[in-house]
Design a binder for this molecule. Structure first.
Ligand code: FMN
Length: 196
């Protein structure tokens, strides 16, 4: 009985990083979130979904409702997820182009983002990527995503002491605690949306 309850309430989170670089801080936030969830957040399973294979959006690539293989695979990952964790770097005060590209592909009919819970984390300059987060929230209105409101997670990656090592791994314990709070809020929102 207990096992089946646990199985039913397990949530699957698709985690996407808008930065494609190897030592990305934003990607590092996702790695850290995966470690935290495995160690301390029962019922949350996070899978990193790589957006680098996606072609640039071009609706000429759609054929009778089908998409290029990389796009089909990405859309399937989103469809199967209960909720989304976005790591959203701020590029010129907005959403990074690779992330917007991925969002747009998965928004093509049928929009596979619809009705999913979501959370955003970011690492960047002065505002820690905050401006990209607010643009992403606006985009989420049309996608029917349901973002947690709080806690917000912005991390200034360049202010000493160092928050990441040279491989982009999060090394700041305070930030890890805040990241855990985001995961708990995402779990709670996801389960609330799924309640019949
Ligand atoms: C094209 C570009 C534009 C950027 N614009 C901003 C910006 O508007 N605000 C900001 O805080 N950082 C900006 N940055 C710096 C990024 O925050 C920084 O490179 C960060 O490390 C990117 O995330 P990543 O480590 O996950 O790749 C920009 C970086 C690039 C490459």
């Amino acid at each position: 009985m207990e096992a089946s309850v646990a199985a039913r309430s397990l949530i699957r989170v698709a985690a996407i990083s808008g930065s494609l670089r190897k030592a990305s801080y934003n990607r590092g936030l996702i790695r850290s979130a995966i470690e935290i969830s495995k160690a301390t957040v029962e019922g949350v399973q996070i899978e990193y979904v790589d957006i680098s294979p996606l072609p640039l959006l071009n609706t000429d690539l759609e054929r009778d409702g089908t998409f290029p293989p990389a796009v089909e695979a990405f859309r399937q990952k989103i469809l199967e997820a209960d909720s989304i964790l976005f790591a959203s770097p701020e590029y010129n005060y907005s959403i990074a182009a690779p992330l917007k590209n991925a969002i747009d592909w998965a928004s093509r009919p049928p929009n596979v983002w619809a009705d999913k819970a979501a959370a955003i984390v970011s690492a960047g300059g002065g505002f820690g990527g905050g401006r990209s987060q607010y643009h992403l929230r606006q985009v989420g209105v049309f996608l029917d995503l349901h973002f947690i409101n709080k806690p917000e997670f912005f991390l200034n990656a360049f202010q000493p002491p160092a928050k990441f090592d040279s491989d982009g791994n999060l090394i700041d314990e305070q930030s890890k605690l805040r990241l855990k709070e985001v995961l708990l809020a995402l779990q709670s929102m996801t389960l609330r949306l799924q309640r019949k």
